[in-house]
Design a protein around this ligand. Structure first.
Ligand code: HEC
Length: 296
């Protein structure tokens, strides 16, 4: 089994290196196509063929696949693209997400309309609509082609493997629209209401509902609302809502261009209109009246 898989990897890599590999790469014996005699160690350095990724639908296991099993379903590719966490180009050995997800959940056109979540080992949960997850250019990297043992990532210098979500296109560089969880452990189909039930503005105005849609699309993977959401930025509703301790004008200006206040990791949002900011403020105000704090 491993033998066959190793050949698949080798073949896929040699086929998918569309541009000539840099000398350093070619010198990597592990990548040289060695023909039918290839053995398990033909996998790129750093790839863990036994590492598992779970696929669930509405809380039920659909499949748990090892890297070797995923590679047997979908050929790996190698590409170089800008990575915002490393702030430079990085090269990856990676499996395209769309064919992998379709091979597990079925080639159902409706997949694009469903809500997915990507879950990292530490529980970090990133909701993504199917339309985004299945975009061409989305990949699960399983080996760092530049640094055999993977290069540490993020402020905590974490090990990104065995599975790190990456995007290959220039239009997919932004972490805001194309998040990149590392140490990915599962890909799940799960309605957003189930993932984050306390982020909905119940019975709120149309403006708050629009603000929620914006928040859900571009803020929630970094910010929690009622303890549900990302942890990159601060929680925005409990114990105090952002609209309780910051003046509205300041919140608007901060969201649009945080670096005019302080240097930090919140991206600027120059494309948000005044109306979008009105809607976000309406959403924050609606949520101020719907606090839910698990206290944990
Ligand atoms: C890539 C992650 C990320 C995204 C996306 C993001 N933020 Fe932030 N945000 C942060 C971080 C990190 C901070 C804290 C920054 C600092 O202290 O310098 C922050 C701070 C804030 C603050 C100030 C909180 C305070 O008490 O000072 C507000 C308000 C805010 N974000 C709102 C938003 C909104 C609204 C969106 C979506 C339009 C958004 N953020 C998108 C990471 C993010």
């Amino acid at each position: 089994m491993t033998r066959v898989v190793a050949i698949v990897i080798t073949a896929a890599l040699s086929l998918s290196c569309k541009s000539p590999a840099p000398a350093a790469d070619r010198g990597d014996a592990a990548l040289a196509p060695t023909g039918p005699a290839a053995s398990a160690d033909a996998a790129p350095a750093g790839a863990e063929l036994d590492a598992k990724l779970a696929f669930r639908r509405d809380g039920k296991d659909v499949a748990t696949l090892t890297l070797a099993e995923m590679l047997a379903r979908v050929p790996a590719e190698k590409f170089t693209a800008f990575d915002p966490y490393y702030a430079r180009d990085k090269s990856w050995h990676a499996i395209p997400i769309a064919p992998l997800v379709r091979s597990v959940f079925g080639d159902d056109a409706k997949l694009r309309e469903l809500d997915f979540v990507l879950i990292a080992r530490d529980g970090y949960t990133i909701p993504l609509v199917g339309e985004k997850l299945l975009e061409p250019g989305g990949y699960i990297a399983f080996a760092d082609a530049d640094v055999p043992a993977w290069e540490p990532i993020g402020p905590q210098r974490a090990h990104p493997g065995p599975f790190y979500v990456v995007w290959s296109k220039d239009s997919q560089r932004s972490l805001e629209t194309h998040p990149r969880p590392w140490q990915l452990v599962s890909v799940e189909i799960k309605p957003f209401e189930t993932t984050y039930p306390h982020t909905f503005p119940r019975g709120a105005s149309a403006s708050a509902a629009r603000g929620f849609r914006t928040f859900r699309a571009i803020c929630i993977h970094c910010h929690a609302m009622n303890r549900e959401g990302g942890r990159v930025g601060p929680e925005l509703n409990v114990p105090q809502s952002i609209v309780e301790y910051r003046p509205e004008a300041q919140i608007r200006a901060y969201i649009r261009d945080p670096k005019t206040f302080r240097y930090g990791n919140m991206p600027a949002h120059p494309s948000l209109t005044d109306a979008d900011l009105d809607d976000l403020i309406s959403y924050f105000k609606a949520m101020k009246a719907q606090k839910h704090d698990t206290g944990s």
